[in-house]
Design a protein around this ligand. Structure first.
Ligand SMILES: NC(=O)c1ccc[n+]([C@@H]2O[C@H](COP(=O)([O-])OP(=O)(O)OC[C@H]3O[C@@H](n4cnc5c(N)ncnc54)[C@H](O)[C@@H]3O)[C@@H](O)[C@H]2O)c1
Length: 392
């Protein structure tokens, strides 16, 4: 916004590792690419380990640090609380932030239970603060473009939604028992960590679920104690072992309101697949495929192409016409994982400046939590579960 004075928006961040880095980077880079109406100011970052949070403060460019997150929320010079801590802390921090009238950006999954997620959503809605949940894959240009194609009816009636989210970072039985493997902290395993993204993308692209059935497995039941050390790495391997209390893998069969059938697989045991978040959608007039590891490209098949010319063709979603692409580089000059977060925070600040509720928000967080809960109940009972649409 050259020549126009942007208003500042002041950020307080709780947590400073994997997502702390991704979100901090997004705030710093946003004004570089977008004519953002609000310019982020990185005021304060919180974490319990003073040495580590101080290092993060310096590296990410925050003005100050705190070792108690409550002090961040108490400050009246903070407009946004960004919650990038493990899942069991989300509810307490979010409710305190809402009470203090702060806008909230929060990592997924929203909470540990549907009840908690609903309480957070209702509190946010009643307070009037803007809220957003970081299902960042929605903000890849190829995904936004896929949504446009589906909404325009390019592939017609949808028959199948087929998604896999495959990782392999815990295959080694000596990979420690980090928070992601403890039910009381994470809520669930591969399901809530990565399956949650696939379920959200499906809702975003083709609509709501009506029912599902599932099965889950924990291949390694005990691991040495340890903790995450940034990204998906962990440190500490002791002789002492603890029990893994979440799923390592999950498979889901689902039905959608539009009549489509869905199949989903999320696992951290798919050797050779580092972050293979992919899907294929088959419709009456064509199909669409996407794979996060090749995130700039969308594959499109159209059945009315001339005989002999039919086949999936590759669309590099970096042209001016592709959502968000124009903010970055000339066509063919690709973008990456971190740009999904930049696009997401652009939407968040626009919503605050123009006073509308951005998506995905806590409502999407509740709907996602309802699906996670249904998957666990279904696996436990070995039966189909109807998806609740009630959000109160
Ligand atoms: N959107 C995505 O693609 C994506 C990717 C990874 C993680 N996540 C989500 O982001 C959140 C954080 O995950 P991460 O990978 O950054 O974790 P991480 O382990 O890398 O970092 C967690 C941070 O929270 C801090 N923390 C832990 N317990 C705390 C407590 N009780 N109070 C205050 N701070 C505490 C830690 O010190 C650390 O800074 C989780 O909800 C996770 O599901 C989302």
């Amino acid at each position: 916004m050259v020549g126009v004075k942007q208003k500042p928006i002041r950020i307080g961040m709780i947590g400073y590792q994997f997502m702390g880095k991704a979100h901090s980077h997004a705030y710093r880079d946003l004004p570089f690419y977008f004519d953002t109406p609000l310019k982020p100011e990185l005021k304060v970052i919180a974490g319990r380990d003073e040495e580590a949070v101080k290092e993060a403060q310096e590296r990410f460019g925050f003005e100050a640090y705190e070792t108690d997150w409550r002090k961040v929320i108490e400050r009246d010079d903070i407009d946004v609380i960004d919650i990038v801590t493990p899942n069991h802390t989300h509810k307490e921090i979010a409710l305190a932030a809402i009470k203090a009238g702060k806008h909230i950006i929060i990592e997924k999954p929203l909470a540990l239970t549907v009840e908690d997620a609903k309480e957070m959503y209702q509190a946010a809605k009643a307070s009037g603060v803007k809220h957003m949940i970081c299902h960042n894959y929605r903000f890849a240009p190829a995904i936004q473009f896929a949504k446009q194609l589906i909404d325009q009816g390019k592939i017609g009636r949808v028959f199948h939604y087929r998604a896999n989210y495959l990782q392999d970072f815990i295959i080694d039985p000596d990979f420690p028992l980090v928070w992601r493997l403890k039910k009381e902290i994470a809520g669930s395993g591969a399901l809530g960590d990565i399956g949650a993204h696939s379920l959200d993308l499906a809702r975003f692209l083709i609509g709501e679920f009506t029912e599902l059935t599932s099965t889950m497995e924990t291949f390694i039941k005990e691991r040495p104690l340890g903790e995450m050390s940034g990204g998906l790495s962990a440190k500490g391997s002791s002789d002492q072992k603890g029990e893994v209390t979440v799923d390592d893998a999950v498979a889901i069969i689902a039905r959608f309101e539009n009549g489509a059938l869905g199949t989903f697989e999320a696992t951290r045991f798919a050797n050779g697949n580092r972050n293979k978040n992919k899907f294929e959608i088959n419709g009456e007039k064509g199909s669409i495929r996407w794979d996060m590891e090749d995130m700039n490209n969308l594959e499109l098949y159209l059945s009315d192409d001339a005989p002999g010319e039919q086949g999936f063709h590759l669309i590099n979603c970096t042209e001016e016409v592709h959502p968000y692409a124009g903010a970055y580089w000339p066509a063919g000059h690709i973008i990456g994982y971190e740009h999904t977060f930049i696009n997401l925070v652009d939407e968040f600040f626009r919503a605050i400046a123009e006073d509308y509720q951005p998506k995905p928000d806590f409502e999407d967080g509740v709907r996602n939590q309802i699906l996670l809960d249904a998957v666990e109940k279904s696996a436990e009972a070995k039966s189909w579960v109807t998806i609740e649409q009630e959000l109160e």
